[in-house]
Design a protein around this ligand. Sequence first.
Ligand SMILES: *Cc1c(COP(=O)(O)O)cnc(C)c1O
Length: 399
Amino acid sequence: MMTTSHTSPLETARFGSFGGGFIPETLVQPLRELADAYLSLQADPGFLEELGELLSRFAGRPTPLCRADRLGQALGRRIYLKREDLLHGGAHKLNNTLGQALIASRMGKSRLIAETGAGQHGVATAIVGAKLGFETQIYMGEVDIERQKMNVYRMELLGAEVIPVRSGSRTLKDAINEAMRDWAGSYETTHYLLGTAAGPYPYPAMVRDLQSVIGQEARSQIMEQEGRLPDSIVACVGGGSNAMGIFAPFLSDPTRLIAVEAGGRGPGQTGRTADNGASLAFGSKGVLHGAMTKILQDPFGQILESYSVAAGLDYPGVGPQLAHLAETGRVLTRLASDAQAVRGFRYLSQAEGIIPALESAHAVGYALEEPQQLGDLCIINVSGRGDKDLHTVMEYEGC
Ligand SMILES: *Cc1c(COP(=O)(O)O)cnc(C)c1O
């Protein structure tokens, strides 16, 4: 459920020196209207009730908090798994798309547009487009369309149209640019459903609030099952929505919050590509997609192409609040390499009978690497399920 405490626009627009709205004039009006709608709806009991019903009856909330006995035994501590892999669609993404689609329908919009890289957010948008009756169009880079044929088919099956993006590197960042361009000319009928806790205000705050249902549930579940707060919470980071979602309700607690980024093949960052997706660890301050944040860029400020074995962590930026929390030390940032993630993928499958998404497997892989950092009681956010990744892991392992 969204937070009901009323916050002023300024408090949610900036996070230290990060965030804000670095946007062209044409996007000022649609973003202002969206921010107004989000601020009034987050305190609207009718809206919250409708969203709560969709989350439980359609999407399957609450998701379980499940004790991982064999993993815990191996690491010498108590480990719990927050099971977002069990949410409809197979990942946490529907918490965000359901919430934004409902905001869009309250605003009287009839069309949804979204960007997608790996296709997961495009599928989650297509699901809510079908469920709530929107015309839905998904911008996707040509390179990604070629790499992610199954998700393109899923989106089309769900009634969405996939629009190929041929500009730039023809991947996620170009799809975001194209969606923003569309929105500037179409916002009277159209909502732009951004997929993570990044971009210009109000997206980082709005997506965090919509995803914070994960942390609110985890908090009451661990209190019920253990009678105390966890010593640590571990979550993987692409743009930061599953991490902010589980971290947000614990920000004023002593719980150690650990954000695990895609270490990829290593920190090499020369030429036009980075060998990782670790904007917090290796990025520097700059503006990407309308916000001041940490980004992977070359010395001239050109965005580098990121890389991870997990397609969902393959983003050259990160949400501004996470950048701020990392800079102030409230959130610890760590890396898991491709190899460590694949180890986590196999380990959770064999020890717990849960095949995690390769993204989530980064959090597991990190926990296996540094168990002493977790304290006695730890929650790992399993942001999604791994069925979509079998082919990638088979290829990685040379099967
Ligand atoms: C998209 C995705 C991520 C990365 O996105 P965040 O916004 O950082 O959460 C992580 N895990 C899964 C399963 C995903 O689908």
